[in-house]
Design a binder for this molecule. Structure first.
Ligand code: PLP
Length: 214
């Protein structure tokens, strides 16, 4: 379904991040040959090994939980980290980015689902990071938006409500802290089962995996 998803997202001016976790190099190359350049992985080890074997101009997105001790290995090349979920992690990325002489774009991952297992910040925790960020004179991290995962449920109203909550968080942050900052503009939400709902609720970037390979 790659072509369908691609043309749907293009016509809605939303960036498609192809989630390639567990997929073979051949599968990924097929997407690449069809023009896809943004690829997302949720595990660092898998990301590193695939990156090494695939074309240089792929923009790699880290979409899963990131442990501090793995930051160093992705900082030299990562295009966007979707999953900043603690001040600690933000600080580690900043430190490693400085060493590498690179500015790393990141998203703040919010907890919007009702499931206990999902990672993410609440609004207060996000404010703590934003306030640290805005007072930091040596920033090698650039916060460019927010990310969230909705509950895994058939209940579309529930999912819609969760995406709408994330959009509200984004709007509040934008209005209060990033009004003049044009690079703070991304809302990463929507997966195979719910990307159309996410787009209706204001997504700028969807992370679609399984559906692309059907
Ligand atoms: C796996 C994954 C996706 C894609 O899920 P699909 O249901 O396969 O589209 C999106 N975001 C994150 C964080 C993921 O881990």
């Amino acid at each position: 379904m790659f072509e369908e998803v691609k043309s749907y997202t293009e016509s809605h001016h939303v960036r498609l991040v192809a989630v390639t976790k567990t997929r073979s190099l051949d599968d990924i190359l097929k997407l690449y040959q069809a023009g896809q350049r943004d690829m997302g992985e949720n595990r660092v080890q898998e990301l590193l090994s695939k990156k090494e074997q695939l074309p240089e101009d792929i923009r790699w997105h880290l979409i899963g939980h990131l442990q501090s001790n793995k930051v160093k290995s992705i900082v030299p090349f990562i295009h966007l980290i979707h999953s900043v979920d603690s001040l600690d992690l933000y600080q580690t990325i900043n430190k490693e980015a400085k060493k590498a002489g690179r500015v790393i774009d990141v998203l703040l991952q919010f907890y919007i689902a009702t499931e206990e297992t999902k990672f993410g910040l609440d609004y207060e925790e996000a404010l703590e990071i934003v306030s640290y960020y805005q007072n930091n004179t040596e920033n090698f991290v650039r916060i460019v938006g927010v990310m969230g995962m909705a509950s895994l449920t058939e209940n579309e109203n529930q999912v819609r409500k969760e995406f709408s909550t994330l959009k509200t968080y984004f709007d509040r942050l934008k209005e209060t802290y990033f009004k003049e900052d044009v690079s703070f503009r991304e809302i990463s939400m929507g997966m195979s089962s719910d990307f159309k709902t996410a787009i209706t609720e204001g997504s700028t970037m969807v992370r679609v995996g399984s559906l692309l390979f059907r």
